[in-house]
Design a protein. Structure first.
Length: 253
């Protein structure tokens, strides 16, 4: 069921179903961080980055070709994170987790804002930009000496450092994905929030839930390939819809 435009009200039929539900999975994408001021992945890149496609920067080949360019793109994105805060969407998801019997937050975001908002059961499918690892060893590095060389070098082996994110053509962290898949196949409710639902295998998760007759709710101001399949599609911003939904279902509960 798709509302034409989100009018601030959560459909009563949806509220009633959510009140009965026990096991929740929420998949989030860049749209959840948009209202914190974090550019979404496919928004036009502003300024210096206008001439690159994110997909041409977030790959191992791009890094091998031009490690300095890729390192600097992530350094710019990390620097932007220093000034942003979790927004009402992140906070509503942390509140939802406290209200339901079983809850798993599966995020494609790499900004760590869900953790800062107080969410606890989190699977980071695409890593986290605030962590750094050695490109050659594929092992985390906490501290390194800044010699001015860009990218900096691994203190253990001398290889280049890189962000601890999953690039295109790289496999997702096995435990995180398997845990997310199992939860998607066993949940009563699957919320897909702020994602264009085009990047696999993360985008397969709502369909896994649909196949097992879970209630699938999409929250996104724009249509996506999932919209026509969702049980409910709420065409609004996550920062408006999620607090309204938590309030309608669990306020004074
Ligand atoms: C894999 C981390 C197995 C880095 C990201 C050919 C060769 C190899 C692979 C493939 C291939 N063809 C397809 C594939 C698979 C590929 C893929 O899916 N490609 C797509 C582009 C077709 N996937 C992979 O490569 C994955 N690995 O398959 O491994 C393998 C191994 C070897 C060989 C083959 C296969 C790895 C995918 C992970 C890539 N890393 N990010 C970084 O961040 O720099 S993906 C990137 O896209 C981000 O993580 C992002 O989270 C993710 C999804 O994007 P969204 O979050 O949805 O963001 P987007 O901007 O797209 O959309 C924002 C949405 O928010 C919009 O809908 C908008 O309307 C909405 N919105 C805006 N404002 C709001 C809002 N919603 C609510 N409220 C608002 N206020």
């Amino acid at each position: 069921m798709k509302q034409e435009r989100f009018d601030g009200r959560i459909p009563q039929a949806l509220v009633d179903r959510l009140k009965q539900a026990r096991r929740f999975v929420v998949l989030t994408g860049a749209g959840v961080s948009a209202e914190s001021g974090v550019p979404t992945f496919r928004d036009a890149q502003t300024g210096h980055w206008a001439r690159f496609r994110p997909e041409d920067l977030a790959t191992p080949d791009a890094f091998r070709r031009d490690p300095r360019l890729v390192w600097e793109w992530y350094a710019m994105r990390r620097a932007k994170l220093a000034d942003v805060q979790p927004n009402p969407a992140h906070l509503a998801l942390a509140e939802m987790e406290r209200r339901v019997a079983e809850f798993l937050l599966v995020t494609q975001n790499v900004d760590g804002l869900h953790q800062r908002a107080g969410s606890r059961g989190i699977c980071e499918l695409h890593g986290n930009i605030t962590r750094t690892k050695c490109f050659d060893e594929n092992r985390l590095v906490e501290k390194w000496s800044e010699t001015g060389e860009v990218p900096p070098r691994c203190p253990r082996c001398g290889g280049y450092l890189r962000p601890d994110v999953v690039w295109f053509t790289e496999s997702l962290p096995v435990v995180a994905f398997e845990r997310s898949l199992a939860a998607s196949q066993a949940c009563d409710v699957f919320l897909s929030v702020g994602t264009s639902t085009v990047v696999y295998p993360a985008a397969s998760l709502p369909y896994e839930a649909l196949q097992r007759k879970a209630l699938v709710v999409e929250i996104n101001p724009q249509p996506t390939p999932l919209t026509e399949h969702a049980t409910f599609a709420l065409p609004g911003a996550a920062g408006a819809v999620l607090p309204a939904l938590v309030n309608a279902v669990w306020s004074g509960a």
